[in-house]
Design a protein around this ligand. Structure first.
Ligand code: SF4
Length: 365
């Protein structure tokens, strides 16, 4: 075999996932095999538009090329371990990856279309106290192909096109920057899934240097910053990342992001009873956002057994929203989807790993 045909890791390396390559990288890989540029486009179409299951399916590629590709690259799909369907139309999938680790992805149905909540890592290093993913050990980051496979698997099962993505599942997307950028390049490519950049939302807990790096890319996506508190003491208690990047630095990065990209930043605020949902918290949030045109999404936090967070009730949530609006802040209360199927991110995975007994979680919800 021509040494140029080997995966980038070298002769003895485990084969790399070809689904992870954006078109430009695929063109380079095929050029290394002596193939003309149109072959890369054909291959990309098989992987990302027609969703071929194996190289053998790609019947307009020469057999010799298919054999070379199969010798150098892998293209597995994840196994669907569980599929939970909620009464409100939300579907949650637990997927097993090639190395046995599991991740979750969630299909959500809104009036504006179908949206997929994508996981970017197995576990998460950020340790937010209210989050099931932060409760589980970080294992590894996902490849671009493993993120794309969530979309392709979900679309195949749902039998319909998913036109919005939120990078808000397990993991911190900006802690997996390069793979997330490749994933976005792949799914927005018109030769593949052809998603609109404007229909992609990337959620971060506030990794300031990576927000700055993302701003340099000037992508048309929506940056969604998880605030969850408007003062450093409470935020550091809920989200340890705040100790490294406190609110003043975070808000400066958000303002700079707005200026550089021209895109409004949106802010997530999960209401946790007794911790961040008082009138004084709403006033502090309004002060923090003064002078920005950011939009606040209020989310009744999904309960996770064993974690010190209970959702604010409907009355408190409405009062909090009204107080923000009275102070000129654009705020909406997000509908809680999939409460009957353990929708809190990472919860199904913890159950699978035996960390939370299934019946106890069901009872708790
Ligand atoms: S909320 Fe997001 S960043 Fe925080 S621990 Fe959970 S997955 Fe990680």
């Amino acid at each position: 075999m021509n040494s140029q045909a080997l995966p980038r890791g070298g002769r003895n390396a485990v084969k790399e996932d070809i689904v992870s390559l954006p078109l430009q990288q695929l063109q380079q890989a095929l050029a290394d095999l002596g193939q003309p540029p149109y072959r890369a486009k054909q291959l990309f179409g098989w992987l990302h538009a027609r969703r071929a299951q194996s190289f053998d399916d790609m019947n307009n590629l020469p057999a010799a090329l298919r054999a070379k590709l199969a010798a150098s690259w892998r293209m597995e799909q994840p196994d669907v371990v569980r599929r939970l369907q909620s009464a409100d139309g939300t579907e949650k999938l637990l997927l097993r990856l090639h190395d046995g680790h599991t991740i979750e992805t969630v299909v959500m149905r809104y009036h504006h279309g179908v949206s997929l909540c994508v996981s970017s890592q197995v576990g998460c290093r950020m340790g937010c106290t209210f989050c099931a993913s932060g409760h589980a050990a970080f294992v590894r980051s996902l490849s671009a192909g493993e993120m794309a496979a969530q979309l392709y698997t979900a679309e195949a099962l749902a039998g319909e096109r998913i036109d919005h993505l939120v990078l808000m599942g397990i993991g911190e997307p900006l802690d997996n920057f390069d793979n997330v950028m490749d994933f976005i390049a792949i799914v927005t490519d018109e030769a593949g899934a052809d998603l609109s950049m404007r229909n992609i939302s990337l959620s971060t807990c506030g990794l300031v240097p990576m927000i700055e790096k993302l701003a340099e890319r000037k992508l048309g996506l929506t940056l969604s910053v998880s605030l969850h508190a408007a003062n450093d003491a409470t935020r550091s208690r809920l989200m340890p990342v705040n100790k490294a990047y406190p609110l003043a630095r975070l808000m400066a990065a958000c303002r700079a992001y707005r200026e550089k990209t021209g895109r409004r930043v949106s802010y997530e605020y999960a209401l946790v009873a007794g911790q961040n949902d008082a009138d004084t918290d709403a006033d502090a949030l309004a002060d923090l956002l003064r002078g920005t045109d950011g939009h606040v999404n209020l989310i009744p936090v999904n309960p996770v057994l064993g974690l010190p967070a209970t959702a604010s009730d409907a009355g408190r949530t409405a009062a909090f929203a009204a107080r923000l609006k009275a102070r000129g802040v654009n705020a909406t209360v997000r509908r809680r989807l999939g409460a009957d199927i353990d929708a809190a991110c990472g919860q199904l995975r913890l159950q699978e790993a035996g960390r939370i007994p299934e019946d106890t979680v069901a009872a708790y919800l």
